[in-house]
Design a protein around this ligand. Structure first.
Ligand code: FAQ
Length: 311
């Protein structure tokens, strides 16, 4: 019966065991996981766009090769995550359709423009840094396929974060113009990076339930605080300033206090009114249409292989 299945499920979650695709699970657990994993997968593939804009303009062959590898990794992360979501019974076609028709979200961060080369560094340092802070605990997510995908993704994200830091450090120690460019990029990416962790806990619709199910292990505000605490020391190492006059160490809390996030801006970006929402989704739909022949060819090839092997 459902009651005894639920008891088995609850006991497994309580004992920190993994829920696997064939295990019984509450429908709401399944749909919330699909929601989060799909949003995560969409973020990876939409997230390729802001940086891909700089591949042809990278300042050296070395930088170009590194950036191409990073953007390809992001495509790979999208694929692991769509595959992990498929284990819950939702196909990639369906999820992509929801992205293209605006029924599923992707991270707010990718709706901001990459104005200069230094933005590639700021994305690596701050956006990948925020992504790792949020994703390391997801390696212990109760759903097995998502947790396992996250292990590999985190390793690659950590390389991405390093390359961003190293890029920014090079600019920061360069000419005064290069230093200014690095500082300007950090000024523009800092606050949007803090928004990646989601709304404040008291406005986070899914947090309580997701934490009970051990999909999420920490609240949005806890992870945001962790990220701020890490970033402060790294900014010092870079010789750059974080654009927040209220940022200071609070001895009593053992954490940094920081200024108020512009939540109006966050909700506007989620509603589709960020600086690049339109451009990102248009580009994504076009890429999907232009890739139709590849999907058709791959399907035709698979059918042909199957018939050849059967014969
Ligand atoms: N943007 O109740 P909560 C990357 C939505 S990293 C857009 O707190 P939840 C790597 C939320 O979906 C970025 N929407 O939600 C990379 C919900 O709406 P819904 C991707 C947001 O799920 C780097 C509503 O607000 N990482 O891609 C955002 O408990 C560089 C209420 O929020 C992940 O997705 C936002 N920032 O917590 C790639 C990590 N925040 O679904 C390329 C996995 C919230 O009801 C280049 N996801 N919303 O319509 C998570 O950890 C969680 O889903 C949170 C949100 C923490 C993002």
């Amino acid at each position: 019966t459902d009651a005894s299945s639920l008891a088995v499920f609850d006991a497994a979650v309580a004992a920190d065991e993994r829920i696997e695709p064939r295990d019984w699970m509450p429908e709401a657990y399944r749909s919330s996981l699909v929601r989060q994993m799909a949003q995560h997968a969409h973020s990876e593939i939409i997230g390729m766009q802001p940086e891909a804009n700089w591949i042809t303009r990278a300042p050296s062959l070395r930088r170009k090769a590194i950036l191409m590898a990073k953007v390809q990794d992001e495509a790979g992360h999208g694929l692991y995550l769509y595959s992990a979501a498929e284990t819950l019974g939702t196909g990639r076609d369906e999820l992509l359709d929801k992205l293209h028709s605006g029924r599923q979200k992707y991270s707010s961060i990718f709706n901001y423009p990459t104005l200069t080369w230094a933005d590639v560094g700021a994305i690596g340092w701050l956006v990948d840094g925020a992504a790792i802070t949020n994703q390391v605990p997801l390696c212990r997510c109760s759903y097995g396929p998502y947790a396992r995908a996250m292990v590999r993704i985190c390793k690659e994200e950590s390389f991405h974060q390093r390359q961003g830091y190293e890029l920014l450090l090079t600019l920061s120690k360069g000419t005064p113009e290069q230093h200014a460019m690095a500082q300007d990029a950090v000024n523009r990416w800092w606050w949007p990076s803090l928004m990646m962790f989601g709304p404040p806990d008291d406005e986070s619709a899914h947090s309580a339930q997701s934490m009970t199910w051990k999909i999420k292990r920490h609240s949005n505000d806890e992870l945001r605080q962790r990220f701020v605490d890490i970033a402060v020391g790294q900014a010092e190492g870079l010789g750059l300033t974080l654009p927040d006059p209220e940022l200071r160490w609070n001895e009593e809390r053992g954490h940094h206090d920081f200024g108020e996030i512009d939540w109006t801006e966050f909700w506007e970006v989620l509603k589709g009114n960020g600086p690049c929402n339109e451009q990102r989704i248009t580009q994504r739909r076009r890429a999907h249409e232009e890739g139709a022949w590849v999907r058709d060819a791959a399907a035709a090839y698979a059918t042909k292989q199957q018939t050849t092997h059967q014969a």
